[in-house]
Design a protein around this ligand. Structure first.
Ligand SMILES: NC(=O)c1ccc[n+]([C@@H]2O[C@H](COP(=O)([O-])OP(=O)(O)OC[C@H]3O[C@@H](n4cnc5c(N)ncnc54)[C@H](OP(=O)(O)O)[C@@H]3O)[C@@H](O)[C@H]2O)c1
Length: 345
């Protein structure tokens, strides 16, 4: 049994890690940390865990946390991770960080959109944790920068077509909708029930920080600078993310050909489900799961390709993909602990 710990276990991504890791057959959840709830049982913070997960939250201490766990998940706000992770790696712990602090290979890009980076070298060495794409590098990584939820939902449908050189590079547009848990558990005016219920809005148009993350990965895959127009929206769901992508093909293409490219790229990968023709992805079908459902269509009039993906932002978009990465790092089957039967509704 590998001993694992979660730093920042009382946030939405952290408690999702608690849920998944507690049921994982090859790891023991040996330590969880929180500042506000140190000394409190996690089940007192999240009553759904009563009688199921009894572990107590502790204050983070590099000595004690590293003493108790071999693999650590950091589910902390951006800039907090970069202050903590270098010490964990220096002590020989393997780390999966869920913040943006270790997602960028070009640290200047991170600094242009977030803040100055205090662990630049480590950031350049980290592996981007898009499990199905950077699989081999993840297996041997000491530090994985887990992708953002929006980038996961945009990159998984697009990368097979971009790497096959099928798309006009200037034509990429992504229109994405996220549930409110994407904003985290800290109280905020914009997350209040009255602000969100019966409401549907676009936000951070053209300036969302996940846009440069997508561009960096798409450019690396394409082998040339590539930029996607990205518009995020907030919808009144607690969890779930639906993304619609529009792209013009370099040459006319059929729906079957697109499906073939996607099916070949993701052959044998358990969490990518290609939806049958006419059955577009739906956040309901992936709720609480690590699946990314992908559908495609060619618009007969314009010839434009339409790709749709659905993920659960807290699972494939955060904690689930982090555990999938841990499985790859530990040489376990990638679906270990993640293969529960989805809810039908
Ligand atoms: N929510 C999502 O859908 C999602 C998806 C992908 C990635 N992520 C990323 O995952 C990370 C966590 O997100 P979240 O949504 O779970 O956030 P959250 O709900 O706000 O939780 C943040 C966690 O970090 C702890 N924390 C906050 N400030 C801290 C500090 N200064 N020092 C130490 N611990 C601190 C909090 O507990 P205490 O205050 O008690 O310490 C809490 O456990 C973020 O970087 C986020 O961008 C989130």
């Amino acid at each position: 049994m590998t001993r694992v710990g979660i730093i920042g276990a009382t946030g939405y991504a952290g408690v999702e890690l608690v849920r998944i890791l507690h049921g994982h057959p090859h790891v023991t959840l040996s330590t969880i940390t929180s500042r506000q709830y140190a000394g409190t049982a996690i089940s007192a913070v999240f009553p759904s865990l009563t009688g199921v997960v009894d572990i107590q939250c502790e204050a983070f201490s590099p000595d004690e946390t590293c003493e108790r766990a071999d693999v650590l998940f950091t589910a902390l706000p951006h800039h907090v991770s970069m202050a903590i992770v270098p010490e964990l790696v220096r002590r020989g712990r393997r780390v999966i960080d869920l913040s943006a602090d270790f997602r960028f290979r070009n640290v200047n890009l991170y600094e242009a959109h977030y803040q100055p980076h205090s662990a630049r070298e480590l950031s350049e060495q980290a592996v981007y944790g898009l499990s199905e794409v950077f699989t081999e590098a993840i297996r041997s990584a000491d530090l994985v920068g887990n992708p953002g939820c929006y980038p996961t939902s945009v990159l998984l449908p697009l990368i097979p077509l971009v790497s096959a050189g099928m798309l006009d590079p200037g034509s990429l547009i992504a229109d994405a909708k996220s549930g409110v848990s994407g904003a985290g558990r800290s109280p905020a005016l914009t997350s209040l029930y009255c602000e969100v219920a019966e409401s549907f809005k676009a936000y951070k148009i053209g300036v969302h920080r996940h846009n440069p993350e997508m561009n960096e990965v798409l450019s690396a895959v394409a082998g040339r600078p590539l930029s996607i127009t990205f518009v995020p929206h907030l919808v009144p769901l607690s969890r779930g993310m639906l993304t619609t992508i529009y792209a013009s093909p370099c040459a006319p293409v059929t729906e079957e050909e697109i499906r073939d490219v996607l099916a070949r790229y993701y052959e044998g990968r358990p969490f990518i489900r290609l939806r049958p023709t006419g059955g577009p992805p739906n956040t309901l079908h992936v709720r609480g799961t690590n699946y990314c459902d992908i559908g495609c269509k060619v618009d007969a009039g314009s010839g434009r390709i339409i790709l749709i993906s659905a993920i659960d932002n807290l699972v494939k978009g955060a904690a689930g993909q982090a555990v999938q990465n841990m499985n790859l790092m530990l040489g376990l089957p990638e679906d270990c602990g993640l293969n529960g039967v989805p809810f039908a509704l």
